[in-house]
Design a protein around this ligand. Sequence first.
Ligand SMILES: [Zn+2]
Ligand SMILES: [Zn+2]
Length: 379
Amino acid sequence: MRLFSAFEIVGSPEICNFAARNFVHPASVQKISTMALLHNRVSQQELKEKLHQEKESRTTISFYRYFPIADPKVFRDEFYKALHSLQVFGRVYVAHEGINAQASVPSGNFEKLRNYLNSVPGLHGLRLNVAVDDDGRSFWVLKIKVRDKIVADGISDESFSMERRGGYVNAGEMNKLMADGNTIVVDMRNHYEYEVGHFQDAIEIPSDTFREQLPMAVDMLKDNKDKNIIMYCTGGIRCEKASAYMLHNGFKHVYHLEGGIINYAKQVKEDDSITSKFIGKNFVFDDRLGERITEDVIATCHQCGKPADTHTNCRNSGCHLLFIQCDECAKKYDGCCSEACQQVYSLPEEEQKILRKGIDKGMMVFNKSRHRRPRKDAK
Ligand SMILES: [Zn+2]
Ligand SMILES: [Zn+2]
C-alpha cells in the first residue's frame, strides 16, 4: 500500500521516465512528450524490473534546503547530471526558494552523494535524513522538476522572503524553551497527524491545507507577538516556511524545530538526558502510518470511542477513507469504516467494481479525510 502525500502529486512523470529510458535529458524531451505518453506503461515496467534486478542495496534519503537559486532550470540541469551519474532515483523539486528531495542511492554511492551535495554552493552541511525500515525500492527513476515553490504557500505578498526565518532549535533547546511560561508551541501539520501525537500543550491550526494555515496562525496568535513561538511539523520543511511568515508578520521571537519531529525523536532516542515532550505517535507516510514516540494513546477509535491511535484505510476500495480504528472494531467491521462499506466489501470483487463505477476518486484522497470522517451512523 502506498499513500499519497502532497509531495507525490507531480505533473507529467512520463517525460522524465522517457528521458531515463532513453538517456536523453528531460529538457530536450518536451517536443516528444506525446510519444512518451504512449510508451509510459512499458517503460515503467521495464524500469521497475531493472530496479528489482539490482544486486546492491539502496539507501533512502530525504533532504531539503531553503536557499536562493537564481536560475532553477540551470540548477536542475546540473543537478540532474550529477545525481544521474551516481545512479540516484527519486523526486526532486527545484524552485527559486530552494530544493526538496526524496531519493534513493546505491548504498556504495552514499558517501559520494554526500560529498557532491556538500560541494554545491548553498548546500554545505545539508542534513540528510536516512529512512529506517525502508528497502530503498520506492523509486525507479530520477525526476527533477522546476516548480514555482518547493512548498506551496499561497503567499502573494512580493516582499515575503525565505531569507529571514526563525531560529533553529534542537530537541534539548526545544524542551528548555517549552519550560519557559512565555512560549507557545504551534503544530503546523494536518488534523489527522495532530490527533495521534503532538507536543504537550501544542496548539493546532485547524485547516487541512498549509496555505490556509499560514494566515490562520498569524490571526490566532496576533496578541502574542512578543512571546516565543516554536513551530514544528514532521520533517521541518513546512514549519521553516511558517517561521519566516510569522517574522514577516511582526512576530519577534520565532523558532522552528530543526528536522521536525523525525529528528526530535531521533535525538531523544540517542540522548537519555532528554525526555520526550512529544506524546503519542508521529504520523508518517509509509505502510506503518505512524511511529510510536511514547506509550501514550491520545486519540480515540472513530467508531466506538475507546482509546486507539491506529490509522487505517477503509478496506472498501470504493471508499478508502483514512480513519482511526481499534482492534475490536477492525474485527467487527472487517477493517471497514461503516456497515455500509462492510456490506460492499463482502460482495464479490466483480460486483464491487460495478458499484465503484462513477465514483469520484478525487474524494478519496486522504488529506480530505476530515470532510469524510467517521460516519456517525456507523454502529
Ligand atoms: Zn473501536
Ligand atoms: Zn468506508
